[in-house]
Structure formats: structure tokens, C-alpha cells
Design a protein around this ligand. Structure first.
Ligand SMILES: Nc1ncnc2c1ncn2[C@@H]1O[C@H](COP(=O)(O)OP(=O)(O)OP(=O)(O)O)[C@@H](O)[C@H]1O
Ligand SMILES: [Mg+2]
Length: 408
């Protein structure tokens, strides 16, 4: 058995579990998938611990059965919009007498970069090295094995809302699992749906879920902007429910069956039978009535995203594409054309390429696994591959402090 990595995406509509396994040649395989509906999260924050814990258990069980493995710990996705990124430098003297830089030196310099004042409601969840400098020579990606006296790092210090992390942690603990690490949503999702070139040149990643749209921009390989708005696919369903006077469930079915923003010529319109809320009688609508409602909400949502990007002055950093993922608007016909008009950029829908998970609703879950697999040797809190060592790592200790009443 290779190294197992379990990614957990607790979303507004579902809990998604992805189990990845690295083989000897260093390739990652998805060996387990779990998907279970969940209504315990609203606007990115847990509102029902019991329901969320139950959905986590169910989702994990499914993935365990598929992979034929027992899961005890997971990596958790946190919405990008609930995180803040600070840049900071760290400097240390190389410890070995022969001046060869070791993994320990890298760990020490990353620890040094962590010394930064952050607000009390924020917690450091990740330290991402952006560039190392050895004796004044910069742009080094991996200094281990090089010779030098002075090792510097320029790092992105990722902080997350303590409350959000605590409550997600409570749900995970209640489901009988440990948290091995926390991964920032857009960093994870980008591994599943963005190309290296896009991230280097400049790209926007828009994960429209059921209740949250996580907005991010990457440039020079790094995440340079992240925010969120509390609007998603369920708002479209709600609009259909109100506009067509049908139940939420019926509206969700109509959206999934006829979901389009495109119009049909009046002479080609055909009546569509729907079950009205009033007296459960059958009434009719047509595709243009449905697409009018959907289009209004989708354009409003995309315009809100545009405004956020404009306000943050990052529009000009989006040199390549705007990539839309998540289930919220990815399946709606005509989405790309509308987004292209609003952003005045090339737009595409992003989804993981792996067999069995090639849908935008798995982007974040698959991304967590890919991110951890790729960055394992750089994740400062995961010193060594042995479990005991991981548990004693600094981040886990910090998490133990936060979740002290839930840690066994
Ligand atoms: N075939 C489909 N057609 C239209 N919409 C769909 C379809 N399948 C799923 N959706 C919508 O996708 C949304 C769920 O997407 P996703 O799984 O990405 O959300 P989530 O991760 O649970 O939520 P969030 O990221 O907001 O917390 C729901 O609003 C659902 O209605
Ligand atoms: Mg989501």
C-alpha cells in the first residue's frame, strides 16, 4: 500500500471525500470517492454540527468501501474567502559545518518566516515558500543540498478564521476523524483544474458552489487574491422556486433538467409541465421563462465577481483565462458565453481530469489530495512521513490547542 491522502470538502450542499494513493513511480491515483448531501454549512460557516458530522461519516464510509481502506485522518478544505495571506521573510544561518543546506534548515527558515503579527481571530494554517535566497542569490525553488551560509525565504503566510476552523474541526472530530492539515480552497482547487502556464501568466479561478462563490487570482505561480461572496447555485434554484411557484425540490429538478441561459425562438417554444405549489396542480411553463430567471441570477452573480476583482485591482492580472468550476453554474448551457461577455476574457469550465471524478463538483476535493501530494515535502508542518512525527508536528499541536476539548 502506498501513501494515502484523504481530502475532505465540506460544502454547502455536500460532503465530498477523495482518497488518493501515490504509487512507487510517484503517480497519484484516486482510489476512493464519497459524496453525501449536507445542509449543515451556510455562507461557508458550520451552522449544524450534528448534521455536518453525520454527512462526513456517511461520505467517508462510502469512500472507505470503494478504496477498501479504513480512514482515520483527513486534510480539510477551508474556503479561500475565509483566509488572508500575508507575505513575510525569514532568515537563518545554515547549520552544518560543511555548509550544505538540509531539510532542517528549510524547516527552521519557514518557522522564522512565521513570526508575524496576526489578528487574534486569525490562525496560521499554512506557510508557502515562494522563493528561497542563498547568500544573496534568489529565485531558488528548493535549496536542499545546495551550499551556503545564509538561507532566506520569502513566504506566503496563510491565516484562517479561528471560528470557522474550530467549528469545522468539531464536526470532523465528532465524525471520529483527526485533521492532518488544512488546505486553502483555491490552492487545492487550482491543482485540479488550472494549468501551470495559467497560474504563471495570470488566471482567475471562480468556484461557484451551492451557497458560496470562492474567487481567486493566480499570477507568477502564486495565489495573489482571494475573496468570496455568499451566492451560489441554490440562489438560482430559489429564484426558480419563487418565479415558477414550485417547491425548492421541483425547482432544483427543473434547473438540472432544463438548465440553460439560452433563448428559443417564440415559434419553437413548447410547453413544459411543472408541479405548482398551490394545490400541487400541474401547470406549464416554457424554456424561455426558465432561462430568463436563470440568466438574471447568473449575470448578477458574475457581475458581483467582476466588481470584486475590479475593486481589488486584479483584473489586469488575468492575462489568460477565467476558469469557472464548482456545480453552481458550470452545468448551465450558455454560461461560458455570458461570462466571456462580462469578464471580456476567455472563459472555460474547469474540472479534474481523473477518471471517475471528472466533474466540477469534485474540483475542491480532488484538489486537496493533489495539493497535499505535490507539496508534501514542502508542507512545513509535516516533518517526515511517519505518522508519529506528523502528529507531533507544530500545526497539529496548535490545532490541539484550538480543539482541546475534542482531541483524544
Ligand atoms: N446538472 C446540474 N445542473 C445545474 N446545476 C447543478 C447540476 N448539478 C449540480 N448543480 C448545482 O450545483 C450546486 C452544488 O455545487 P457544489 O457541489 O460545487 O457546491 P458545494 O461545494 O456543496 O457548495 P459551496 O462550495 O457553495 O459550499 C447546487 O446548487 C446544484 O443545484
Ligand atoms: Mg464547494
Amino acid at each position: 500500500m502506498g501513501d494515502l491522502i484523504v481530502g475532505l470538502d465540506i460544502g454547502t450542499s455536500k460532503v465530498c471525500t477523495i482518497i488518493g494513493e501515490g504509487d512507487k513511480s510517484g503517480e497519484l491515483h484516486i482510489i476512493g470517492i464519497g459524496y453525501y448531501p449536507c445542509n449543515g454549512v451556510k455562507k461557508g460557516v458550520v451552522v449544524d454540527i450534528d448534521e455536518t458530522a453525520y454527512s462526513i461519516t456517511k461520505s467517508i464510509e462510502q469512500a472507505e468501501r470503494m478504496a477498501n481502506q479504513k480512514i482515520s485522518s483527513v486534510y480539510l478544505k477551508i474556503y479561500g474567502g475565509l483566509t488572508t495571506i500575508y507575505k513575510n521573510n525569514g532568515v537563518v544561518a545554515v547549520s552544518r559545518e560543511d555548509r550544505e543546506i538540509t531539510k532542517q534548515d528549510v524547516d527552521r527558515v519557514l518557522q522564522a518566516a512565521k513570526i508575524i503579527a496576526i489578528p487574534s481571530d486569525k490562525e496560521i494554517i499554512d506557510v508557502i515558500p515562494l522563493e528561497y535566497t542563498v547568500d544573496g542569490y534568489g529565485e531558488i525553488k528548493d535549496p536542499v543540498g545546495m551550499a551556503g551560509i545564509r538561507l532566506e525565504v520569502n513566504a506566503a503566510i496563510v491565516t484562517g478564521s479561528v471560528t470557522a476552523i474550530q467549528n469545522m474541526g468539531k464536526c470532523v472530530r465528532k465524525a471520529g476523524l483527526e485533521i492532518e492539515g488544512i488546505v486553502v480552497g483555491p490552492l487545492a482547487t487550482s491543482e485540479a483544474v488550472l494549468s501551470r502556464d495559467e497560474k504563471e501568466l495570470g488566471v482567475a479561478l471562480i468556484d461557484v458552489g451551492a451557497g458560496v462563490t470562492d474567487i481567486s487570482v493566480f499570477k507568477n505561480g502564486s495565489l495573489i487574491y482571494s475573496s468570496m461572496i455568499a451566492v451560489g447555485g441554490w440562489h438560482i434554484t430559489n429564484d426558480l422556486s419563487v418565479g415558477l411557484k414550485v417547491s425548492f425540490e421541483e425547482a432544483e429538478n427543473i434547473k438540472k433538467r432544463y438548465g440553460t441561459l439560452e433563448k428559443v425562438a417564440p415559434e419553437k417554444l413548447e410547453p413544459i409541465k411543472i408541479t405548482s405549489l398551490a394545490g400541487k396542480s400541474k401547470t406549464t411553463t416554457d424554456i424561455n421563462e426558465i432561462s430568463d430567471i436563470i440568466e438574471a441570477r447568473v449575470s448578477e452573480l458574475l457581475m458581483l465577481v467582476y466588481d470584486k476583482l475590479e475593486e481589488a485591482e486584479v483584473l489586469e492580472d488575468i492575462v489568460t483565462n477565467v476558469v469557472i468550476t464548482g456545480g453552481g453554474i458550470s452545468f448551465l448551457k450558455g454560461n461560458v458565453e455570458l461570462a466571456q461577455k462580462i469578464f471580456n476574457r476567455n472563459v472555460r469550465i474547469g474540472a479534474p481530469q481523473n477518471i471517475g471524478v471528472a466533474t466540477p463538483i469534485y474540483s475542491a476535493g480532488v484538489g486537496v489530495v493533489k495539493y497535499v501530494y505535490k507539496n508534501k515535502k514542502f508542507i512545513y508542518n509535516l516533518q517526515g512521513s511517519d505518522k508519529k512525527e506528523r502528529k507531533s508536528s507544530k500545526l497539529v499541536n496548535k490545532l490541539k490547542e484550538i480543539f482541546s476539548d475534542f482531541w483524544a
